[in-house]
Design a protein around this ligand. Structure first.
Ligand SMILES: *Cc1c(COP(=O)(O)O)cnc(C)c1O
Length: 224
């Protein structure tokens, strides 16, 4: 049996080797703890990890509240967010990776307007032909980004994407990298890229990932 510590160390070594080869900076590693008990997040914290990813508010909120006395812990919400869960999500979310539609933007604006620190957000884009997959159409990214950038209570970090399964991830990440260049031309600070999961994080590094969202490669198979 390989332990969590060993899988984490192996993954981090692979990331650091690839970054050295590409002569680029290390990305932020988000360990995706969804479908695992809070004890796994606690163990990861004790191993030095400080960024955790969850995709469901109803699972993440109790975990975050159980661990709220741990310092410097950041919760990344990476799954589709229903507007009626925004209020609850904002009680623990440090970074939202899945801003993907106008109705969600409107609700976020309403609920963040009196914040001291803006909420960090990524706009999720949809790289598939399937509208159910979540994410704005790539052709609508620029218009949507202009809208998001108008609100001082939101801090637009950049683009989040999930590679479509059918094709080579490199092709998808190339599309994302080009869109990112366009976005940065109009919004210079929105220069981050949340791309790369267990199966494609090395490719994502090649195309400029600043945030990797890695689950199973580190945690093993999800339990429920
Ligand atoms: C579950 C999930 C991940 C992690 O997936 P793995 O293949 O387990 O690394 C990354 N991003 C999103 C949006 C997810 O829902």
């Amino acid at each position: 049996m390989i332990s969590l510590a060993e899988r984490l160390a192996a993954t981090k070594a692979a990331i650091s080797d690839e970054c050295q080869r590409l002569q680029r900076e290390l990305p932020t590693l988000i360990v995706v703890t969804k479908n695992h008990p809070v004890a796994l997040a606690e163990e990861l914290y004790s191993l030095g990890e400080r960024n955790f990813g969850e995709n469901r508010v109803q699972e993440a909120e109790p975990k975050a509240s159980q661990l709220e006395n741990l310092n410097d812990l950041n919760w990344h919400l990476i799954g589709q967010l229903q507007t009626n869960k925004v209020k609850q999500a904002l009680t623990f979310t440090d970074v939202l990776h899945s801003l993907d539609r106008e109705s969600l933007l409107a609700e976020l604006v309403k609920r963040t307007s009196d914040r001291e620190n803006p909420l960090d957000v990524f706009i999720q884009i949809n790289l598939t032909d399937d509208p159910e997959r979540g994410g704005v159409e790539t052709s609508e990214l620029m218009d949507f980004a202009d809208k998001v950038a108008k609100f001082p209570s939101l801090n637009l970090l950049g683009i989040m994407a999930v590679a479509s399964l059918e094709t080579d991830a490199r092709r998808d990440f190339e599309v994302v990298a080009k869109l990112s260049e366009k976005l940065v031309a109009d919004h210079p600070s929105a220069n981050q890229l949340s791309i790369g999961m267990s199966g494609d994080y090395l490719e994502a590094l090649e195309f400029g990932a600043t945030h990797l969202r890695i689950g199973t490669a580190i945690t093993g198979n999800r339990q429920y």
